[in-house]
Write a protein that binds this ligand. Structure first.
Ligand code: T4K
Length: 420
């Protein structure tokens, strides 16, 4: 309990969490189930190149998502790239700036030009009106991102894509297990790309997939992930090594088995956070729409500095020092990062909502390792920080702040006051 300003770890007080709460802690794989699969791989001697584990993983995913084709690849970035090449994109591709840098970099790396459109205040996904303003005669596609698992404005984007004869693709890295009505994310647009990175709700340590109902796109993706090779030596197209290994598929299959439990736990955590946080003046848990099935992988909180008393970055510093390793994804935004910052072809329109959200959102830890009592402790910390906001803020700028000893974000060790 932080009664006085000096009790805060950032000013040398004792830590609230010795073992930090983390955003993106990988879900634990059921060990016996995973090891059984690893034994089967070792017995078969088939480690990669289209082995039975990858085939089974693709089949299970296709059933789960209700789609015709799943093409498993080595990571989400490769999924975006193979999908873009298979869809024969050229020139400019409209994307949001508030996303992991991989969305933009994946395109730029293969010679396409990401063009940043603004996003919607409520869903944090592409604003169709802004997308319209970004279309030029060089545009070949719209690539929406279902940020935090919130599905994009699919119907509106579909209409724009049809009107301008553009491909419609989605970066669904955050949205495995989410759906709109009865349709799963993965079944929209021409194709969607997933990441199964360790930090994702369903993971294969490293991995990804292109998902589509289009037979031609699927065939090209299959060919391209394996150098464009068919048979023993025949080369049919350009390609790359984007194959998923059998070990990754084993992890993915095992992770898929616990997905329902993980989502239920996350839903409970999100409800608990809402109960605790929404009553704090100046904070609001961002929830898009009650009628969508979301995986609740991210707990996103908007910080109104004027009302709350501390800025998002000050709150982040206070929390991280205590061992609540909150994040400020995806500040400063792709449009403020090299090589896109200040380049007019990448940034043709103003991004007021993007800029505002990049300054004010914070992600709080959730996932299986975060328990209800942790959430109550985090909320109590935040309330105490608000109570002492003015003095805390002054101190933050006057003294060298203390850091949590386990914080990888800072090279500074914990200071004398804290170590004592
Ligand atoms: N599109 C979108 C919208 C994406 O979010 C991503 C990936 C992609 C495309 C590209 O997909 P991939 O090519 O990556 O498959 C992470 C991930 O590296 C990245 O995959 C992810 N998005 C992004 C949102 O988050 P960081 O900067 O959060 O990683 P890091 O190392 O800080 O890990 C987060 C926390 O989890 C840390 O406190 C450490 C902990 N952790 C992490 C790993 C990997 C563990 O405890 N164990 C682990 O194995 O980037």
């Amino acid at each position: 309990m932080k009664r006085h300003v000096k009790d805060f770890a950032v000013l040398g007080g004792s830590l609230e969490f010795q073992t930090p709460l983390i955003v993106g802690r990988p879900g634990v794989l059921r060990r016996d189930s995973f090891l059984k699969r690893v034994e089967a791989i070792l017995d078969s001697g088939h480690l990669t190149n289209g082995g039975p584990m990858v085939c089974e993983f693709e089949q299970r995913l296709a059933e789960f998502l209700g789609v015709r084709h799943v093409v498993a690849v080595c990571n989400g970035t490769a999924a975006l790239q193979v999908m873009a090449v298979a869809c024969q994109l050229t020139g400019e591709v409209i994307v949001p700036s508030m996303t992991f840098i991989a969305t933009a970099h994946a395109l730029q790396w293969i010679g396409l030009t990401p063009v940043f459109a603004d996003i919607d205040q409520r869903t944090h996904t592409l604003d169709p009106k802004s997308v319209q303003r970004c279309i030029t005669d060089r545009t070949s596609a719209i690539l929406g991102v279902h940020l935090w698992g919130n599905p994009c404005a699919i119907d509106d984007l579909q209409q724009i894509a049809e009107q301008h004869k553009l491909s419609l693709l989605f970066d669904a890295s955050h949205a495995f297990g989410c759906s709109v009505g009865t349709r799963s994310v993965g079944s929209f647009g021409d194709a969607e790309a997933f990441s199964f990175h360790a930090t994702k709700i369903m993971h294969s340590a490293e991995g990804g997939a292109i998902v589509t109902n289009n037979d031609d796109i699927a065939e090209r993706c299959r060919l391209m992930r394996n150098f464009g090779i068919t048979g023993l030596t025949r080369i049919e197209s350009i390609g790359i090594n984007a194959k998923m290994s059998e070990l990754s598929a084993a992890a993915g299959l095992t992770s898929l088995e616990s997905l329902a439990d993980v989502i239920n736990h996350n839903k409970h955590n999100l409800c608990e956070y809402r109960l605790q946080i929404d009553s704090i003046n100046g904070l609001r848990v961002a929830i898009p729409s009650e009628d969508q099935q979301l995986n609740c992988q991210y707990v996103v909180v908007c910080v109104d500095e004027a009302q709350f008393g501390l800025s998002r970055d000050e709150l982040l510093q206070v929390l991280r020092a205590e061992g609540v390793f909150a994040r400020a994804y995806f500040a400063p935004g792709c449009h403020n990062s090299p090589p896109y910052a200040g380049v007019s072809v990448n940034c043709p329109v103003l991004l007021p909502v993007t800029n505002q959200l990049l300054d004010e959102v914070i992600q709080l830890p959730t996932g299986s390792s975060v328990k209800t009592a942790d959430i109550h402790a985090v909320a109590m910390l935040i309330r105490a920080a608000q109570k002492h906001a003015t003095i805390l803020s002054e101190h933050l700028y006057q003294t060298e702040p203390c850091w949590h000893p386990a914080d990888p974000a800072t090279p500074m060790p914990v200071t004398k006051a804290n170590a004592a």
